[in-house]
Write a protein that binds this ligand. Structure first.
Ligand SMILES: Cc1ncc(COP(=O)(O)O)c(C=O)c1O
Length: 403
């Protein structure tokens, strides 16, 4: 090697990446802001109390005393980690109890827990798909679904994307696939960027007609829509018809992990064939206990689901009447279209200076020129929080000429 200086060609893209540094230098970088303490709807950031209107803690359970207590008790009983895969030494009785209760809540025969929601997307799609099978996936599905599709393509699967929520396009594509081929239609139940709902009633009709199975990613739907918060299939009265529902624990369930629910034979197959499940350590005891406690609260206090819907609707209507371009919807996600990236960053900075935290999405997360502020709500926001958000939005919107 002597005096030779290695060029590290691979890392050139990293050395040349400056976009984030440029935004940071101007003091308007909105990402990776650390939270120093959290009570749910209000957090401490930079030593200040800030109203959190960008979290996925939909029912506010991440700060619920019973959820915290359950996590602490599990930590004391089982320790900090399961130190292995579910397959071998990583199963504790609480994993199995939670799986049974999740299946019962979802009205399915069985459920399987994985260590993150992202992992669940990959961990369900890839093992179900064999060479020559078809995945027909909504163009706007979450990145974890895209990763599962990509892995399946590597195994010789056919991956077809249909236009977002466009059932005519879906049918056009299904018509071209032989009836007897294995087919999985995959869609988010509630789409994570704009908070819109998949037209699952029409999608299911097509799936039935063309011999396809349906997998719904209900990360943003469980605890939010459907009877008692049971998600998108329930919203359309299709609990029994939809084959597989997956969800994360990182939103309504106030924890970390994910699960899929469906027929016992399918779940059993996934348990023995899913690499993401088999070759990864199981969710930690405190994570499982927190999700379990959250599920009990979700079942016993369905009024939280209604309060969340009320909160999101109050903001949606309030921002619309102030003159903002707000996408209509029925979920906890309330997107405000700003348009220009620069104005979106400035808007975010002004909100933060007024102690309100929301998320900024720019391209490629949104179509170019459709930068937006993505607000999301909790059942534990009260009217005082919501009125302050509306008041500040109005002031900033007028100052920046957005309204
Ligand atoms: C639709 C959707 N699916 C899956 C995930 C992944 O879940 P997790 O963050 O728990 O890994 C998310 C979370 O961002 C999501 O929004």
């Amino acid at each position: 090697m002597g005096n030779m200086v290695q060029q590290k060609t691979l890392f050139n893209k990293c050395y040349n990446y400056t976009r984030a540094d440029e935004v940071k230098a101007r003091g308007i970088y909105p990402y990776f802001r650390a939270i120093e303490e959290s009570e749910g709807p209000v957090v401490r950031m930079g030593g200040r109390r800030v109203i959190m209107a960008g979290s996925n803690n939909y029912l506010g359970l991440a700060a619920h005393p019973k959820v915290k207590e359950a996590a602490i008790d599990a930590l004391k009983k089982y320790g900090t980690s399961c130190s292995g895969s579910r397959y071998l030494t990583g199963t504790i009785d609480m994993h199995e109890t939670l799986e049974r209760e999740l299946a019962a809540y979802m009205g399915k025969e069985a459920a399987l827990i994985m260590s993150t929601g992202y992992q669940t997307g990959q961990g369900v799609i890839e093992p179900l798909i064999s060479r020559g099978d078809y995945i027909i996936s909504d163009k706007d599905n979450h990145a974890s679904i895209v990763a599962g599709n990509f892995m399946s393509r590597g195994k010789g699967a056919n991956v077809v994307r249909f236009k977002h929520n466009d059932m005519n396009d879906l049918e056009r594509r299904l018509k071209r696939i032989p009836y007897e081929s294995g087919k999985l239609i995959v869609t988010d139940g509630v789409f994570s960027t704009f908070g819109d709902i998949s037209p699952l009633d029409d999608l299911y009709q097509l799936a039935y007609q063309y011999n396809a199975q349906v997998l719904v990613d209900d990360a943003h739907a469980i605890g939010v829509i459907g009877e008692g918060g049971r998600g998108t299939a329930s919203h359309f009265n299709l609990d029994q018809e939809i084959d597989l529902v997956l969800c994360t624990f990182s939103k309504t369930f106030a924890s970390l992990g994910g699960f899929v629910a469906g027929e016992e034979r399918v779940i059993n197959y996934l348990k023995h064939h899913s690499s993401a499940f088999i070759f990864s350590a199981s969710p930690t005891p405190p994570s499982v206990a927190a999700a379990y406690a959250a599920l009990q609260i979700l079942k016993s206090e369905p009024e939280r689901v209604n309060k969340l819907a009320y909160n999101a609707m109050k903001i949606r209507r309030g921002l619309q009447s102030l003159g903002f371009r707000v996408l209509d919807g029925q979920t906890a996600i309330v997107p405000v279209i700003i348009g220009d990236d620069e104005i979106a960053f400035k808007f975010w900075t002004e909100l933060f200076e007024h102690n309100i935290f929301v998320n900024v999405f720019i391209s490629p997360a949104t179509p170019p020129g459709k930068a937006m502020l993505r607000n999301s709500f909790m059942a534990t926001h009260n009217d005082e929080h919501l009125d302050k958000i509306l008041d500040v939005y109005g002031k900033v919107g007028r100052k920046l000429g957005v309204i």
